[in-house]
Structures are given as C-alpha cells and as structure tokens.
Design a protein around this ligand. Structure first.
Ligand SMILES: [Ca+2]
Ligand SMILES: [Ca+2]
Ligand SMILES: [Ca+2]
Ligand SMILES: [Ca+2]
Length: 295
C-alpha cells in the first residue's frame, strides 16, 4: 500500500462515529508503537463497512418501520432511512394491535411492542424477531391511543396514552401495571399524538398532528399547557404522523407516512414547508413507526 492509499481512506476516518473513533484511537497508538506495517494493516481494517454495528449500539440513522395488520400473520417490516437495500421482516402480534417501538431494556436498541385494545394490554419484545413477548401488563383504556417515550430521560422508553375524549396524556415511567406518573392536558380531541425530543435535552416531549389543518403543535414540558414551539404546517390531513432525528442533529422533527402513495415525507425544521427528504416504503394499510436499532 502506498501513501496514496492512506489518503484514500482519510475521508472514511472522518466519517467514523464516536464509538468507532474510540476504537481507531486505540489502534492508532498501537500503530505508532510498532511502525508503518501495523498502520497499513489498520487502514486495511477500516475498510470494514460502517453497517457492522453490534446490537445495542445506536444506529447512525433512523429505521423506518411498518406494521401490516392485514397480513396473515401480521408482519413487521423495517428499513434504514435512506438505504433501501436491507429490509428486516418478521411476524408478531395480532391484527387488532397498535404498534409501538422503544428501548424497553435500555440497551440502546429499540424493539417492537403493541397495545391491544380488546384487553387494554401491552405486549413488549426485547428482540426484533418473531416469537412471543417478553413483557405484558394491562394499562389504560381500549379507546386510548398508545405512545411511548423516555419521559424521565433515564434511557428506557416507557408507555403512555393520549385519551381523545378529554385530550389528556397519561404517561408511565415503568413498563408495568399501575397508575400513571404524569397526567397532562394537551391537544384536542381528534388530534394524532406524537412523541419526540424536540429540544435535545434527552427527555421526550409530546406533540400532536392536527388533521383538520395539517399543523403540528409541540410541547417540551410534560405538564398541561399549549404548544411551546410555534405551530407549523407540514404534510396532508390524511397522513400518518411519525417523528425522528432524520438529519442526525440531535433534534427529533416531524415526518409522515402517506398511505395513498406509500411514501414517507420528512421535515428537518419546526417550520412550515415541503419535505426535506422522501422515501417510498410500505403499502397503503401499513401503520408506520420509527426507531433505532441495527440488524
Ligand atoms: Ca432495547
Ligand atoms: Ca425513561
Ligand atoms: Ca426534550
Ligand atoms: Ca433532526
């Protein structure tokens, strides 16, 4: 390998994430100690594709998910945002279930779960694979809309619901039966609830997408009140809202899945305007979810 080879890999090194950068740093010390031969060997090793992350590490991009309740059996599909070639697919849950995705065990990987309206019971899995649930408990009412988030910033995601009848959120800090830890009024009957860390403080806030005017209303504080971020118009009334950090700047923002054309639309700022990015993935009856994990 020549000096030109080194410069060929220099941009790759810049792109390495923090965890990989730490590994590279240790290797660099070794290379300096044993000389050029070891350095060249290291540069060869950095050719390993960036996809090689172990389960539990935060992925570098959001994963788009779909729950297809009409499939027999109901099936989940996942694809990395911006990368269409690698899809994960498995069966779990029943046709009536409402999908959620969260890091229940605080290992850095989001995994699937569902809220089953008929018995108001949650079924959560710690692996993204076919098979039974790891956790189940009854919480909330059949008519509630399930949400999940890290309300207290401790790293694990826990359940909650938005109750349309009184526009009230009932959030828990543990995935178990029992009363809510947080009760707050926010939004209107008819709103579709969303969850995200809008301000990057490590705690999820709440929000709603209002189909009647296709506007978003977001709140950082888990207390009753109005939107803390000026509302903005994005997407169409019939779209299914999602949220995520599409551009990796540390802030979650708005997105939607549009059933009519099975296309996702992503917005990177809290302002009115068109999509910053789009991706075609899914079919019209799918229910969208977003999270972070590798496979
Ligand atoms: Ca996990
Ligand atoms: Ca938490
Ligand atoms: Ca926050
Ligand atoms: Ca962002």
């Amino acid at each position: 390998m020549t000096d030109n080879g080194w410069f060929q890999y220099a941009p790759l090194i810049v792109l390495i994430d923090r965890q990989k950068a730490g590994r590279f740093g240790r290797h660099s010390c070794l290379a300096a100690a044993v000389g050029l031969f070891a350095l060249l060997a290291l540069l060869g090793a950095t050719q390993a594709p960036a996809e090689e992350e172990t389960e539990g590490q935060k992925a570098s991009k959001e994963v788009l998910g779909l729950f297809r309740p009409g499939a027999a059996p109901p099936t989940w599909f996942f694809r990395r945002l911006g990368k269409g070639e690698k899809t994960l697919e498995f069966s779990f849950a029943t046709a009536e279930d409402k999908p959620v995705l969260g890091d229940w065990d605080n290992d850095g990987a989001d995994t699937v779960g569902v809220f089953r309206p008929s018995n108001a019971t949650w079924y959560l899995k710690n692996e993204n694979s076919a098979g039974g649930h790891d956790i189940s408990f009854a919480y909330a009412f059949s008519t509630d809309v399930p949400v999940v988030g890290d309300w207290d910033g401790d790293g694990d995601d826990t359940v909650g619901v938005f109750r349309p009848s009184n526009a009230t959120w009932y959030l828990k800090n543990a995935n178990q039966a029992g009363p809510q830890d947080i009760r707050m009024v926010f939004g209107l009957t008819g709103d579709r609830p969303v969850v995200g860390d809008w301000n990057g403080d490590g705690k999820d806030g709440v929000g709603v997408f209002r189909p009647s005017n296709a506007r978003w209303y977001l709140r950082n504080s888990l207390t009753s009140g109005g939107n803390e971020i000026p509302s903005f118009a994005f997407a169409n009334p019939g779209d299914r809202p999602v949220t995520g950090d599409w551009d990796e700047d540390g802030l979650d923002t708005a997105g939607v899945f549009r059933p009519g054309n099975a296309t996702w639309y992503f917005r990177n700022s809290f302002t009115s305007g068109p999509a910053d990015e789009t991706q075609v993935f899914g079919s019209s009856d799918d229910l969208p979810i977003v999270g972070r994990f590798t496979w």
